[in-house]
Ligand binder design. Structure first.
Ligand code: ATP
Ligand code: MG
Length: 723
């Protein structure tokens, strides 16, 4: 296999304890479970992704497997990149962490000659034009919208393992809503397959189909593969399609070294054919499986957790039956904020203004996200952010390395390197100054558009952001390898392009709710929460079970959105699309009973609330989650007799310092640090920059401004308490 040259093991027995560090009992049980099937069924933010990363490290450290024998499947290439980074942080390199598609692409390239011979093939990554041709041949509508719908339907059929001729019956069974008649979709699907085969192309789903078939039908291939990969891990298992499951089964063969983690209540890709069935049935398939449930939410404040519990608490159906009540572990934060606006542009302006305040108060822009139901909603927010000069990136950046400006920039860097520019200082005498890689990259990219000032908008701005992101790759590289030169940067870029791990742009993230799964930000804005958008129009109106299922999936989307927030959560909607328009929109049904009655956002009456709960603010103990009543316990954020490793003296010192700083900067105290953050510092007593930024609420900007002072306070406190 292509990368079998990995060292057989990198076990570091001294790190064994570190792998279990910072995990709770249930997480440890999943991490340390013996080889064999493991299933972690848990809600959002409970540490599933953290747990599987640690499990891989644990298996490697105990010599159960070598890193190169592990195949970890994640939902996005970004998640795969993050997992590799985290594993490297634990001292484990060489684990294959990929999406199903990327893994299959790699395997197929390797096995193709053995299975098919020397017939060449090409990857078809845009099926639009072939579907369009197939549609026109059978007389189907070829409008962009219809072709897109047809392509979506073909993708669903392939992901669900349905052949063209079986589509009509399957569509009825699955209550699909085909664009045109089912027979016509079936004909377009067949035509598309024929055109594709004729031109020697494979689409993404073919990659999976062919990989599964190669393993199922060629025992030599299967043997080689199974010898190479012995341990499988799948994140976000609730959103696996039957086709992906077939590939996974082919990978496994008769073996059972499989760890899966997921949350059925975050199933949000059913429309593509994904199903939580495999997750929910895991212990039926593997009766000896270790099954772990996690309930402690480490990501979000109790206020956010409480809202999340209420959103998903109203869910119905089998999936909902698997939900667990999340228990917030973090110190108290602020209540979620609800706001209603006259029109979308007013909503976007208000959101941008709040974002600006957050940034001024020290939240890094990259720690803020605006999430919406459909991509078209991004534009108005892009505009509002641009007006306030706030940097942003629109997510869906997986194709970063294919953008023309990025290709051009990489070309420029290559040329310079070939001409002998930017050789690493480390290559020569020990005393050589290392090359200033960052300044060099900036200088080389200036002529292709990386001006000192960001252009005001449009394409030039996008281009600029991309180039800046390349500089950031250089910065990250230098942080780890201070003597890295241009050649090293180029190889880093090439390996990222290969693994599709795009750099993170330091701006506010604009993303669809779908693309936000698994991710987290300090502050999250959920926008456009009106009927017809969330739930989306096409989920409504069918009536019966189909409508109920579609609406439940929309509710889960809101749950995914709410649970992305660590501290600040703002939910908003607008009563009309355009300024001056008729205010005919109604806020989302999912907000019923959630908007506090005293919120100005409740000014427009909603439909009568069914089964509404009290929205009174309740403080809960961060240790045992009991409702707090006494003044002191509320202030402490825990029951007076619940254990705390909080250093009260340090907290007082931090508060004094904050008072001085905020007076000096003429800003409210919470702008420097919130109480919650100070409490976390006083509990965790970080001694390094890394430990400090690991505390939620402290990002690069705050580290730079206040890091040294805070670490100084911690140090001073330690030396007095040691004395
Ligand atoms: P999602 O369902 O959204 O994918 P998840 O269950 O995968 O969430 P993670 O992303 O692994 O959750 O963890 C959520 C956050 O909580 C992360 O910031 C993680 O570092 C932190 N976390 C997880 N477990 C612990 C723990 N035992 N102690 C402290 N922090 C933790
Ligand atoms: Mg996760």
């Amino acid at each position: 296999m292509p990368d079998s040259a990995q060292p057989a093991t990198s076990a570091q027995p001294s790190d064994v304890a570190a792998v279990l560090d910072g995990l709770d009992e249930q997480q440890q049980a999943a991490v340390a479970a013996p080889r064999g099937p493991v299933c972690v069924l848990a809600g959002a933010g409970t540490g599933k992704t953290r747990t599987i990363t640690r499990r891989i490290a644990h298996l490697v450290e105990h010599g159960h497997t070598s890193p190169g024998q592990v195949l970890a499947v994640t939902f996005t290439s970004r998640a795969a990149g993050e997992m590799r980074t985290r594993l490297r942080g634990l001292g484990i390199g060489g684990v294959q962490a990929r999406t199903f598609h990327a893994a299959a692409l790699r395997q197929l390239r390797y096995f193709w000659p053995q299975v098919v011979g020397d017939t060449p093939w090409e990857l078809l990554d845009r099926k639009f034009s072939l579907v369009g041709q197939a549609a026109s041949r059978v007389g189907a509508k070829t409008s962009t919208e219809n072709v897109r719908d047809l392509a979506g339907e073909i993708e669903w059929a392939k992901a669900t393992l349905i052949a063209p001729e079986d589509y009509p019956a399957a569509a009825v069974r699955a209550r699909r809503d085909p664009p045109g008649s089912a027979e016509q979709v079936s004909a377009v699907y067949a035509g598309y397959e024929a055109l594709k085969a004729r031109s020697g192309q494979l689409d993404f789903d073919d990659l999976l189909l062919h990989t599964a078939a190669a393993l199922e039908e060629h025992s030599a291939v299967a043997e080689e593969f199974r010898d190479r990969y012995r341990c499988f891990v799948v994140d976000e298992y609730q959103d696996v399609t039957p086709l992906q499951q077939r590939v996974l089964d082919a990978w496994l063969g008769e073996r059972d070294d499989l760890t899966v983690v997921g949350d059925a209540n975050q199933t949000i890709y059913s429309f593509t054919g994904a199903t939580p069935r495999y997750l929910l049935d895991f212990s039926r398939r593997f009766p000896e499986a270790t099954v772990v449930r996690l309930e402690r939410d480490y990501r979000s404040t109790p206020q956010v957790v409480s809202l999340a519990n209420r959103v998903i608490g109203a869910a119905k159906g089998r999936v909902a039956g698997s939900r667990l009540q999340l228990i917030g572990q973090r110190p108290n934060g602020v209540e979620p904020h609800f706001s209603e606006h006259d029109d979308e542009s007013a909503e976007a302006t208000a959101v941008a203004a709040r974002i600006k305040k957050l940034i001024e108060a020290g939240t890094p822009a990259a720690e803020i996200a605006v999430l919406y139901r459909i991509n078209a909603q991004s534009e108005v927010h892009e505009q509002a952010l641009t007006e306030l000069g706030i940097p942003y990136q629109v997510r869906g950046g997986d194709r970063f390395f294919e953008r023309p400006e990025v290709r051009q920039a990489v070309q420029v860097l290559r040329k310079a390197e070939q001409n002998g520019v930017g050789q690493a200082g480390g290559g020569g005498e020990a005393g050589d100054d290392p090359v200033d890689l960052i300044a060099l990259v900036r200088a080389l990219l200036e002529p292709v558009g990386l001006t000192a000032q960001a252009p005001s908008g449009g394409n030039a701005r996008d281009r600029w952001e991309s180039l800046l992101a390349l500089v950031q790759v250089a910065e990250e590289l230098v942080a780890h390898e201070p003597r890295a030169g241009l050649a090293r940067l180029i190889s880093e870029l090439a390996s990222r392009a290969e693994s599709r791990h795009p750099p993170v742009v330091q701006g506010v993230t604009l993303s669809s709710l779908h693309a936000a799964k698994g991710l987290e930000w300090d502050a999250v804005f959920l926008v456009g929460l009106v009927e017809g958008t969330l739930p989306i129009q096409h989920a409504l109106g069918e009536g019966g079970a189909a409508e109920e299922a579609a609406v439940e999936e929309e509710r889960r989307l809101l749950y995914v959105g709410v649970t992305r927030a660590r501290e600040v959560l703002c939910l908003s909607w607008a009563l009309s699309r355009n300024p001056g328009g008729r205010k005919s929109r109604r806020r989302s049904r999912f907000l019923q009973g959630l908007v506090p009655a005293d919120s100005p956002a409740a000014r427009t009456p909603s439909r009568p609330e069914q089964g509404s709960r009290s929205n009174r603010k309740r403080a809960v103990c961060r240790v045992c989650n009991a409702v707090l009543t006494g003044t002191l316990s509320v202030k402490l954020g825990r029951c007076e007799d619940c254990p705390s490793d909080l250093d009260d003296e340090l907290l007082e010192a931090l508060k004094d310092w904050r008072r001085e700083r905020s007076a000096e900067l003429k800003v409210p105290a919470y702008v420097v640090f919130t109480d919650a953050t100070l409490t976390a510092i006083a509990e965790q007593q970080p001694t390094t920059d890394a430990a400090l930024v690991a505390i939620p609420g402290i990002g690069a900007a705050k580290l730079e401004r206040f890091g040294a002072e805070v670490l100084g306070l911690v140090k001073a406190d330690r030396s007095t308490s040691d004395a």
